[in-house]
Design a protein around this ligand. Structure first.
Ligand code: NAP
Length: 472
């Protein structure tokens, strides 16, 4: 297990150490090195020094490195999944799923590295030529959250390498070990020194702000909460840094009266419970049409109530711990406030005693104006609201500042597509509980972010478009 930072091709200590906890029992798993000003500066200087030569490497060379990283990560998936599960709390099966999904970003971007399109056109006047090409933006700062410590890192590292950018990775303080393991893989895959650097600043806000104000830094790729995203956008504005923002979500899950109910229940179990509900894609607001509401609530609550909760690495466990007591307590408070405002608990809702950051799978029914529906519940809680008409369902789905993903279940594809087109979100799943795919553009509208990761768009978050005009 790597615990040092990686700067300019060396594993180094910093100004001190920070403990990493196992949230299922509060024990310390490891102590990782912390960066002071000197280490942050060294990481930026290294990325800057390597930028020009890295940008000139043949796309095939970068593709081969990513392919190698995919192969190493896939072969070592079990070991990395154990690290993910230990520091994040999620169950081992979720962790393994995440690691394999994370590795796929390396494979996808190894294929994208050699397929960046350009353009050559005649001007409308006929006497000039328009050449359009793409160039790496330059030194990029990648900031990732704790909920998918592997996939959120590779979803940024993959396109940055493919595009020819050098980078500084700053993982979440709760889950640095996974990111350090991934950087170790990149080193073994042959990434030249200085191209990838990882730091854990002791003073996060001040150090990141300083980096964003340095002319050597050209690009910020952030995944995390909307609150922190706003702070970073304001900071980045001072030097007009290019920004890609993957922010919070508050996904609606709409079940129409013609839906296949067992399939919708299964879909919601995935959409709500993947990662113990700690996903930006998690279904947070469940809207069910009145004729099927009773049957749906009964069947879904039964499935939720049957989930086995415990330490993520134990066999047979289906719901692990939240990442920290702080996060667990936030979930408990949201439920308690919802109940005070009239919500009814169908299953779960009782906070367990002990040192583990556990919260049980919980189903509540509530009115459409309950405050819990305006929050991103980052845990295993599903509030269910009944609706009558399709128009009402769309209005309720859109009643949020967020717009990352939405889920629609209907037996009528045309009805599903009509709803998908009317809902304000960057992604819509029709009759599916999970649609994340390295080959698809991931991202949100409204306060869920700016830009797209994955798909054909992902590499362009690390490329500038250049137009060259030619007189003929
Ligand atoms: P967070 O609190 O916003 O933290 C995300 C990252 O930002 C961490 O590395 C954190 O570092 C860093 N950070 C915090 N304050 C900062 C500051 N002032 N300046 C610079 N960096 C700062 O989010 P989180 O709790 O880790 O993750 C959960 C959130 O991420 C949810 O809202 C979820 O919806 C969102 N998310 C979105 C997507 C997406 O693709 N749209 C995917 C996954 C998660 P420290 O850990 O050191 O504080």
């Amino acid at each position: 297990m790597r615990t040092q930072m990686y700067i300019d091709g060396e594993w180094v200590d910093g100004i001190g150490k920070m403990p990493v906890y196992d949230p299922s029992d509060g024990s310390v798993i490891a102590e990782v090195a912390l960066a002071g000003d000197k280490e942050c500066e060294a990481a930026l200087a290294a990325a800057d020094k390597a930028a020009a030569s890295w940008a000139k490497t043949a796309p095939r060379v970068r593709a081969e490195i990513l392919r190698k990283a995919f192969e190493i990560m896939s072969a070592e998936a079990d070991a990395i999944a154990t690290i993910v599960s230990k520091e994040n709390g999620k169950v081992l099966s979720d962790a393994k799923g995440e690691v394999l999904y994370a590795a796929e970003f390396f494979r996808w971007f190894s294929e994208e590295a050699v397929r960046v399109p350009g353009d050559f056109r005649k001007s409308p006047s006929g006497d000039k030529r328009i050449l359009v090409t793409h160039q790496p933006i330059g030194v990029s700062l990648l900031i990732t959250p704790w909920n998918f410590p592997a996939a959120m890192a590779t979803r940024k590292i993959g396109p940055a390498i493919a595009a020819g950018c050098t980078m500084i990775l700053k993982p979440a303080s709760e889950t640095p070990l996974t990111a350090l393991a991934i950087v170790d893989i990149m080193e073994r895959a042959g990434v030249p020194k200085g191209v990838i650097n990882i730091i854990l600043p002791e003073k996060v806000g001040a150090s990141i702000s300083k980096l964003l104000h340095d002319p050597r830094l050209r690009n910020l790729s952030f995944t995390g909460s909307t609150e922190v995203g706003r702070i970073l956008l304001k900071d980045a504005a001072d030097r007009v840094i290019r920004c890609s923002m993957e922010l919070g979500g508050n996904a609606p899950f709409v079940v129409f009266d013609d839906a296949d109910i067992p399939a919708a229940v299964q879909g919601l179990m995935l959409a709500k419970m993947r990662n113990g509900g700690a996903a930006c894609t998690a279904a947070n607001r469940v809207y069910v049409q009145r004729p099927v509401a009773e049957a749906f609530v009964a069947e879904f609550s039964k499935a939720m109530g049957a989930l086995v909760m415990g330490k993520g690495t134990d066999s047979g466990v289906q719901l692990g711990a939240s990442v920290s007591m702080k996060e667990r307590n936030k979930i408990a408070e949201l439920v308690s406030n919802a109940v005070k405002a009239g919500a009814k608990i169908i299953t779960g809702g009782i906070t367990p005693a002990g040192d583990g950051a556990f919260y049980p799978a919980t189903v509540i029914t509530c009115e459409k104006d309950n405050e819990i529906l305006q929050h991103e519940v980052f845990g295993p809680v599903a509030p269910i609201v009944t609706f009558d008409t399709d128009e009402e369902a769309i209005a309720l789905a859109n009643d949020t500042d967020f717009g990352l993903i939405s889920y629609v279940f209907s037996g009528d594809l045309a009805r599903g597509i009509r709803a998908a087109e009317a809902i304000e979100s960057g992604m819509v799943a029709i009759n599916r509980g999970v649609i994340s795919d390295p080959a698809a553009p991931f991202g949100g509208v409204k306060q869920s972010g700016l830009g797209r990761e994955g798909g054909f768009d992902g590499i362009h978050e690390f490329l500038e478009t250049k137009y060259i005009g030619v007189e003929i």
